[in-house]
Design a protein around this ligand. Structure first.
Ligand code: MG
Ligand code: MG
Length: 237
């Protein structure tokens, strides 16, 4: 999973570098697909429950699961880019939200907070900690700053399959839930909004998930292993 995680990380880095006004989400998808295959991986999203593309590309008020298409990014957009790679039988899953050019201060605050939520949750990924501690770390930070924490979409186990048990809500009570043990691997993915946490699934494509109130959303994700020595982020270069 470490090797696959490196490919996932490098793919996201490449996508970040190519995220600029004028590029279409379909073009980003094609770059990612070629990048992953060239390195001996397989884009895990393609064909997953019928998903038609290799990455999810979700701009602005779209939270996750956006299908890449003709939409061209414009100055001031934000976009969540989500990549899953299968490599030698194991899956790694990671996402980042990228600003296109200059964005308002409020948007920067949302992106910074969501990134910090992932870091706070990562720090809880230690043997003996409990899943409620992980969710609570995200919720306390985000809600403490007045943001919404999406509840209907969750972090999850990852390994031989992209989505494995348990599901981990990005909110929770400390000291509750199953205990973390060395060797467990999770995809932790806070989804935070400038508004409320309710979601709406697109009737148009059946995939794209938006905030119900059309507020901006941000999404950061890493695949993380629990080890004797502490959390090990597998989807960093
Ligand atoms: Mg993902
Ligand atoms: Mg995931």
């Amino acid at each position: 999973m470490r090797e696959g995680g490196r490919i996932t990380a490098a793919c996201l880095k490449m996508l970040r570098q190519n995220t600029k006004a004028g590029v279409s989400t379909k073009e980003l998808d094609e770059m990612a697909e070629e990048f992953i295959y060239e390195r001996g991986g397989k884009p895990e999203f393609k064909g997953y429950q019928g998903f038609p593309a290799s990455i999810c590309a979700s701009p602005n008020a779209m939270i996750v699961h956006g299908i890449p298409g003709p939409y061209r990014l414009k100055e001031g957009d934000t976009i969540s880019l989500d990549v899953g790679v299968r490599y030698e039988g194991f899956v790694t899953d990671s996402a980042t939200t990228v600003a296109v050019g200059e964005i308002p201060e409020a948007t920067k605050g949302l992106l910074d907070t969501t990134r910090e939520c992932l870091a706070a949750a990562t720090d809880e990924m230690r043997a003996g900690k409990r899943l409620g501690d992980v969710g609570h770390a995200i919720q306390a930070l985000a809600e403490g700053r007045g943001y919404g924490v999406v509840r209907d979409l969750v972090s999850h186990g990852v390994g031989r399959q992209m989505h494995e048990d348990p599901q981990i809500p990005n909110y929770g009570r400390p000291g509750t839930g199953p205990r973390l043990q060395p060797g467990m691997t999770f995809a932790i993915e806070p989804m935070i909004t400038l508004g409320d946490y309710d979601i709406r699934i697109s009737e148009w494509d059946g995939w794209s998930i938006y905030t119900a109130d059309d507020s901006l959303a941000a999404h950061f994700e890493h695949t993380i292993a629990v080890t004797e020595a502490g959390p090990w982020v597998l989807t960093e270069e």
